[in-house]
Ligand binder design. Structure first.
Ligand code: ADP
Ligand code: MG
Length: 680
């Protein structure tokens, strides 16, 4: 079987004199065997026949069946790429797109980026030769702008359809529409769960091809009482399993990079203290921004007599299949973007998962052998507190970006767009209003020249507007740096547990008196001055990898700025214009200091607070602009700058009235005594 084959290969005596070639051949053999062992393999011929017969096919099969990695290869074998057309396959998550492409390139024995490639936001790893292209759903969405009929594709696979991300949902409507006039285009909708019927109905009763799964039983355990600290409970459970249960890898579901890093540190620390009393425990993190060199680690076989523990976000729920998982630990939460259409505020929060998610998670334990799933919540909570299904993204997030893209595609009547599940009416209206306020739409709801330029940027409309405003304020150099840094923001600084004071001091050195965007800009500029030094990052507790990514993103943005004909100019050392340009994009995100050290948003009077990580946490300027809201114990503004209220009239005269902005003395208030302390 697969695992053993790989393990034997991995533990092969390195000193043996066998020539290199035989090593490669051996690997190839293993790959061939693995491919044949996957549940989809026996259905290869039937599947190809069904695809030849029907234009649209729904494919349903459990996670790990081989849908994502195998079906595109079958299509290549069956000749679907012969007349210079390629096969596309969308993934909701970038890590999945990258890692699956890497795997398939390996299986096909080609270099990643040649015949097999991937394309994700800010990174295109494909070439003229690419016949198999994995991409995020957002990337395909953008491709419609340059190729509205997807003319270069013979087959398009909308994969992981059950995830129901906003982009995937919109793609359903777009591909259904083009399939009508591109009768030569094959459309595959592939899903891991039970939504197949629904997809079939949407696609005019397209047939469903079911790949029977192989599943071993999974025993489910619940806690007797709710866990107060689930991170700690996770660590304890991991160590208990490690100490008492037979070998087999553990998969832990956490909500994000922060939690994963905390858990990783605590575990590493406890393992170190236990020393040789326990077997080797290999800790592997998996999250969305995971650098590509660390992604390969996920799939490395566990050495004999050791155990792997994978700390993952819900990316490991269905997008990535990791073999040999026997134990799953499920605290029952995930991070979700939620949008309140009444207040127009969007925030990232940790929420309980749905029953469907909980069952997917448990299923990860039973792929290769009978498994166990430890739910860190009570059986009662499962039954009574979890929703049956996760609400599709389109019904709970801000649609600004999606609406701008659809408008740019010439789809004007959004109310009658063919949605699998329509978004709430008020969310659509709000998105239109916001785009109007940003100047992207005119009062007939048509795209303006500014809107067309904004649509060139694969970013939120507010960020797009901010970048375009840098033209007027002559600070494009600064703004692309800030935009790049914001796009990797949470992962810039690190705080190792044993050096928290040093890390925090280092961070404070970058603090800018006017706020976090400018602090980020200083970090970037100083890094450039050191000629992109790794050592400098290390000394300043900055993640080198994140900086490298910021640099890549920045390069892409500079390219896009050229496309919309904006010259790269700097306004430094003056920074007022930088803040004005930011305000031109983010004027919705403004709050005013009120009594007690709280802030209130201008339009909706919502109470928000400055995040403790902000350089303005101690300052409390009268008027602030925030990049995003995060909800933990309170609604926090993250990445905050100080602004002047009169700028709002300058950048958004159609949105703000002078009266709303009265009492704008622009003076700082002294820090209020006895303000609730914030923890995070
Ligand atoms: P599905 O799409 O049906 O969930 P996949 O095609 O993703 O299934 O996975 C099929 C098999 O390929 C699984 O056993 C998985 O572990 C393996 N696999 C996927 N990606 C990689 C990778 N990067 N390295 C090694 N194995 C992988
Ligand atoms: Mg898949």
């Amino acid at each position: 079987d697969f695992i053993q084959a790989l393990t034997m290969d991995g533990s092969k005596d390195k000193t043996s004199k066998e020539p290199e070639l035989s090593e490669a051949e051996r690997k190839r053999m293993t790959i061939e065997e693995t491919k044949k062992s996957l549940p989809v393999y026996p259905f290869k011929e039937d599947l190809i026949a069904a695809i030849k017969e029907h234009q649209i096919l729904i494919i349903e099969g459990e996670t790990g069946s081989g849908k994502t990695t195998q079906i595109p290869q079958y299509l290549v074998e069956a000749g679907f790429t012969e007349d210079k057309k390629k096969i596309g396959c969308t993934q909701p998550r970038r890590v999945a797109a990258m890692s699956v492409a890497a795997r398939v390139a390996e299986e096909m024995g080609v270099k990643l980026g040649n015949e097999v490639g991937y394309s994700i936001r800010f990174e295109d790893c494909t070439s003229e030769r690419t016949i198999l292209k994995y991409m995020t759903d957002g990337t395909l969405h953008r491709e419609f702008l340059s190729e509205p009929d997807l003319g270069s594709y013979s087959v398009m696979i909308i994969d992981e359809a059950h995830e129901r991300t906003l982009h995937t949902d919109i793609l359903f409507g777009l591909v259904k529409d083009i399939a009508r006039f591109r009768t030569d285009l094959k459309l595959l909708i592939s899903s891991a769960t039970l939504d197949a019927e629904k997809f079939s109905q949407f696609f005019d009763d397209a047939p469903i091809f079911r790949i029977p799964g192989r599943r071993y039983p999974v025993d489910i355990f619940y806690t007797k009482a709710p866990e107060a600290d689930y991170i700690d409970a996770c660590c304890v459970s991991v160590l208990q399993i490690h100490a008492t249960q037979p070998l087999g890898d553990i998969l832990v579901f956490l909500t994000g990079q922060d939690e994963i890093e905390t858990c990783q540190e605590v575990l590493a620390d406890r393992v170190k203290r236990l020393g040789s009393k326990i077997k080797e425990l290999i800790i592997i993190p998996v999250y969305a921004n995971l650098p590509s060199d660390m992604q390969a680690k996920i799939f490395e076989p566990t050495p004999p007599n050791a155990r792997k523990v994978i700390l993952a976000t819900n990316i490991a729920e269905t997008s990535l299949t990791i073999d040999n998982i026997i134990y799953v630990i499920d605290p029952g939460f995930c991070k979700q973007n939620n949008f309140n259409s009444r207040t127009g505020m969007e925030s990232l929060m940790v929420v309980p998962i749905s029953k469907a998610s909980a069952n997917q998670r448990a299923g990860r334990a039973g792929r290769t052998a009978p498994g166990k799933c430890f739910r860190l919540y009570t059986a009662w909570a499962y039954k009574h507190e979890l929703e049956d299904n996760t609400v599709p993204e389109i019904q709970r997030i801000n649609l600004g970006n999606a609406v701008l893209m659809l408008k740019a595609l010439g789809i004007n009547d959004l109310i009658h767009f063919d949605f699998l599940d329509p978004p709430p009416h008020e969310t659509l209206v709000l998105a239109l209003e916001q785009l109007y306020a940003l100047g992207a739409l005119n009062h007939h709801g048509e795209l303006t020249k500014l809107g067309r330029r904004m649509a060139e940027f694969p970013v939120d409309p507010m960020m797009g507007k901010m970048l375009l405003a840098s033209e007027k304020y002559k600070c494009s150099e600064e703004l692309v740096s800030i935009a790049a840094m914001l796009s990797v923001n949470s992962a810039i600084f690190y705080r190792p547990k044993d050096k928290i004071i040093h890390a925090d001091t280092a961070r404070k050195n970058f603090n800018h008196i006017h706020g976090d965007h400018l602090s980020l800009m200083q970090v970037y500029n100083q890094w450039v001055e050191t000629d992109y030094s790794t050592q400098w990052c290390y000394e300043n507790f900055i993640q080198y990898r994140s900086m490298k990514r910021a640099r890549d993103v920045r390069e892409q943005l500079v390219g896009l700025m050229q496309r919309v004909e904006i010259d790269m100019v700097s306004c430094l050392p003056e920074t007022t214009n930088v803040r004005k340009a930011i305000t031109a994009g983010y004027f919705y995100h403004v709050a005013r200091l009120s009594k007690g050290g709280n802030y209130k948003t201008i339009k909706h009077n919502q109470t928000v607070m400055i995040h403790p990580n902000s350089s303005l946490f101690e300052e409390l300027p009268r008027w602030v602009l925030y990049h995003e809201l995060v909800f933990t114990t309170k609604e926090y503004m993250r990445q905050v700058i100080e602004i002047e209220s009169k700028w709002l009239l300058e950048v958004a005269p159609h949105y703000y009235k002078a009266k709303e902005l009265e009492d704008s003395t622009n003076k700082k208030m002294p820090k209020v005594q006895g303000r609730a302390t914030m923890t995070e």
